[in-house]
Ligand binder design. Structure first.
Ligand SMILES: *[C@@H]1O[C@H](CO)[C@@H](O)[C@H](O)[C@H]1NC(C)=O
Ligand SMILES: *[C@@H]1O[C@H](CO)[C@@H](O)[C@H](O)[C@H]1NC(C)=O
Ligand SMILES: *[C@@H]1O[C@H](CO)[C@@H](O)[C@H](O)[C@H]1NC(C)=O
Length: 414
């Protein structure tokens, strides 16, 4: 809300300036006519004697055809691992936060106690639900400046995005994102959910293609993605030709794509996202086909999700994935039993491009290879297939999201 007030103050002062000019012009139209004549004469003279100069300025405006040059590298705060979500250093509205970076969601969540100086009383109420953790977050959206820290004190990037300042949160396994909104609905078979401690909540979603038809949640749109809303790098506003996007590896993140950053990637073209007509940065998930035990192709969409270490697999109707039901190994889990794809099942995955496949890999469930997920969860078959590879994919490929050009890239880790 604070930020909104600042915005309207700027708008008001701009309005005052322009109406002042208008009044001035009305009273001094005779002076103005004389001034215009002088300007025309000067411009003619300048044009005659200074044309080489004009040519130069013309050439420099052509620089926009050159590849974009602005980029920043954000190192992770800890070595990349299967077990933990990668984190980057950030300062949100003046508060230093080690921010978990999740490509499986969009938008920033921060517990209200961490931002005690931010007045949210008049801000827009909003919520977010994560189906992987079954957690509902409820709070208010406030536009806040986020500063990302690169290597060294002079390396930083700034974005301003709506942040969900979380007032309360519950674990709600029976929440249905298709119908439920702000509340965890009552469930006669279950005890009332216990309120979680929100004083440590920090989360940053930097993914794409996650907005759903019918969902009005503004914090799942590209406008809420801090990595797609970089305003300045190292104190310089981003140029017109700035290439919005990022690369993600096991070392860190490059924000803003340059020719150098893009070297060595093989690209998959993305389909426009649900709101692409309103926002050109909105793209659908990358396309994939996978097979189970050498069977037929299951084609649909994919997510390379830094937020999890397991893999979710949804085959098409009629394709059975060998699976077992086991007691839930997660002591905090709500379900007594869970499904897992059987150890030894062979899964092969590729990502589509017009003339073939990129980012191919395969593994045996339970195998020891680096890219293999910690475990595989079979989802109920559907019309379109889906795979969420989890973060271990990054041990084999560095990925890139080009939000300007609508492409997703893969580069083998050497
Ligand atoms: C992140 O911030 C902490 C605290 O300021 C600092 O000690 C650490 O070196 C930073 N890490 C990186 C990778 O910049
Ligand atoms: C899991 O296995 C059962 C048979 O044991 C099968 O009916 C079901 O379709 C499998 N689930 C998936 C998602 O493939
Ligand atoms: C597929 O197209 C890409 C460029 O779009 C090209 O670099 C690559 O060589 C092509 N591969 C084949 C097998 O034609």
């Amino acid at each position: 809300m604070e930020t909104k007030n600042i915005h309207s103050a700027i708008f008001d002062s701009r309005y005052e300036v322009s109406s002042t000019i208008y009044t001035y012009l009305r009273h001094h139209w005779v002076n103005l006519a004389a001034l215009t004549l002088v300007v025309i004469i000067l411009r003619t003279l300048y044009g005659r004697f200074a044309s080489p100069c004009l040519d130069n300025s013309h050439r420099s405006s052509d620089d926009s055809d050159d590849p974009a040059k602005q980029t920043i590298f954000l190192p992770y705060t800890k070595p990349f691992s299967r077990e933990e979500i990668p984190m980057v250093n950030a300062t949100v509205a003046g508060v230093e936060i080690e921010m978990p970076m999740d490509t499986g969601s969009i938008g920033i969540l921060i517990g209200a106690p961490l931002l005690p100086h931010i007045d949210t009383s008049k801000a827009t109420p909003a919520y977010q639900y994560f189906s992987s953790s079954k957690i509902l977050y409820n709070g208010r959206l406030v536009d806040l400046p986020v500063k990302f820290h690169g290597r060294g004190p002079d390396s930083y990037a700034i974005a301003t995005v709506p942040v969900l300042v979380v007032d309360w949160s519950v674990v709600c396994p029976w929440y249905d994102p298709a119908v439920d909104t702000f509340e965890c609905p009552p469930n006669p078979d279950e005890p009332e959910p216990v309120l979680r401690d929100v004083s440590h909540i920090t989360y940053m979603g930097v993914g794409f293609g996650r907005n759903r038809r019918g969902s009005e949640q503004p914090n799942t749109l590209p406008s809420a993605n801090p990595f797609l809303n970089i305003e300045s790098i190292d104190g310089k506003p981003v140029a017109k030709d700035f290439k919005t996007g990022y690369t993600i590896s096991t070392k860190g993140v490059h924000l803003g794509l340059t020719e150098e950053d893009e070297r060595g990637f093989a690209w998959s073209k993305l389909e426009p996202g649900l709101t692409h007509d309103d926002d050109r940065r909105d793209w659908a998930m990358v396309k994939t086909c996978f097979s189970v035990d050498g069977g037929s192709d299951n084609c649909g969409s994919a997510l390379i999700d830094t937020g999890i270490q397991q893999l979710y697999l949804k085959a098409v109707e009629g394709v059975e994935t060998p699976n077992v039901t086991i007691p839930n190994p997660n002591p905090d889990g709500n379900a007594k039993f869970v499904n897992r794809v059987k150890t030894g099942t062979k899964i092969e995955i590729g990502f589509s491009r017009l003339n073939g496949t990129v980012g191919r890999y395969g593994f045996k469930v339970g195998g020891e290879t680096k890219m293999a997920p910690s475990y595989v969860v079979p989802l109920k078959q559907g019309d379109a297939a889906f795979v969420n590879t989890g973060r271990n994919f990054l041990f084999g490929y560095t990925v890139a999201f080009d939000a300007t050009g609508g492409r997703f890239g893969f580069r083998r880790v050497s």
